[in-house]
Design a protein around this ligand. Structure first.
Ligand code: CAA
Ligand code: NAD
Length: 307
């Protein structure tokens, strides 16, 4: 049962099929995985969140709790005790584990949100493919990798797709649902119904680099970094320009810091390797330098800006 007061922006159309997914395992409890676990639990799903150790999972739980408090603060202005109760009830729906094989023994959906590295993602899916029940759907939240390539190491290519969320997950309304040539109609329908059940507006895209949003957003963000490298304008002025001149909530460099410079660099390096003649995909020297210095953006305390 969904927690009624916490159901945000649910947008189930009358023709939408009923959601049959009741338990989701989210692998990776970083920026994205913690948000995905949160919106699933907020909307009544039982969730298991997996990461490499308890210290990371405890941090994920802290991020989820802080975010839930922001959500309920607005809803329960006059009754903070009820808000706190709902935060606790939602947190109780999220179990944490470090053993992914244990986590997937009984689950309807696995959403992978580990780092943007195809070898690691394939290793993970190949291992859990042996253990998860037959009916379990596998999905990756990858920003830029091919879903088909990730799925190729499993024996369930028909039950594999992409579920691409946006950062911050509790706030951003979109979910890109990606079907490969092998994703079955049944799997696709179940992913769409689940996306709607966790409160997102779903769009569909083929398994193409960056799907819709990142195919447009990543070259734009990279060009902003090149602009900074060339000395055309300062970081602050580039960001101010795009906020005030194009009406965006964040400028491109602020957004790079927000999404993580390491993630941005993984994306452009991967695309550059695959499409070396495409100038839009060329990684910038400045991004490489910042990442090598551990300046990953907000999550590390410094990127283009200091936090
Ligand atoms: N959890 C819960 N609520 C949150 C939140 C979180 N993590 N972050 C922000 N909020 C809420 C705030 O409580 C606030 O709510 P109210 O307006 O109802 O009070 C609202 O969101 C706005 O937050 P703030 O006032 O703190 O700040 P803001 O107005 O600057 O908004 C933002 C913050 C929503 C992040 C906004 O700046 C924004 O939309 N930025 C662009 C984000 C974006 O483009 N994301 C996509 C990146 S690309 C991607 O994700 C794909 C990929 O593969 C890399
Ligand atoms: P992150 O670095 O914040 O989190 C990744 C987490 O995965 C870490 O906590 C790490 O410990 C964990 N992890 C790594 N290997 C693991 C394994 N084998 N098993 C379990 N946990 C493991 O990264 P993120 O920003 O949350 O990105 C995660 C995925 O989501 C990436 O594929 C990224 O491209 C994609 N994505 C990111 C954004 C964004 O804005 N950052 C947006 C949409 C999609």
């Amino acid at each position: 049962m969904a927690l009624p007061s916490l159901v945000l922006r649910r947008c189930v159309s009358s023709s939408a099929p009923a959601n049959v997914i009741k338990h989701v395992t989210v692998v990776g409890g970083g920026l994205m995985g913690s948000g995905i676990a949160q919106v699933a639990a907020q909307n009544g799903q039982d969730v298991t969140l997996v990461d490499v150790n308890d210290a990371v999972l405890s941090k994920s739980r802290g991020i989820i709790e802080t975010s839930l408090k922001r959500v309920v603060k607005k809803m329960f202005k006059d009754n903070p005790a009820d808000g706190e109760k709902l935060v606790q009830e939602t947190l109780e729906k999220i179990k944490t584990l470090t053993d992914v094989n244990e986590a997937v023994k009984e689950t309807d959906l696995v959403v992978e949100a580990i780092i943007e590295n195809i070898d690691l993602k394939q290793k993970l899916f190949s291992s859990i493919d042996e253990i998860a029940p037959d009916h379990t759907i596998f999905a990756s939240n990858t920003s830029s990798l091919s879903i088909g390539e990730i799925a190729s190491v499993t024996k369930r290519k028909d039950r594999f797709g992409g579920l691409h969320f946006f950062n911050p997950v509790p706030v951003m309304k979109l979910l890109e649902v990606i079907r490969t040539e092998d994703t079955s109609d049944d799997t696709y329908q179940k992913m769409m119904a689940w996306g709607q059940a966790v409160g997102k507006t779903c769009i569909t895209c083929k398994d193409t680099p960056g799907f819709v949003v990142n195919r447009l957003l990543v070259p734009y963000m990279s060009e902003a970094v090149r602009m900074l490298e060339r000395g055309d304008a300062t970081a602050r002025d580039i960001d101010t320009a795009m906020k005030l001149g194009a009406g965006l909530p964040m400028g491109p460099l602020e957004l790079s810091d927000y999404t993580g410079l390491d993630t941005g660099l993984y994306i452009s390096e991967g695309w550059h390797k695959k499409f070396p003649d495409e100038p839009l995909f060329k990684p910038s020297k400045l991004m490489k330098k910042l990442v090598s210095e551990g300046k990953l953006g907000r999550k590390s305390g410094e990127g283009f800006y200091k936090y």
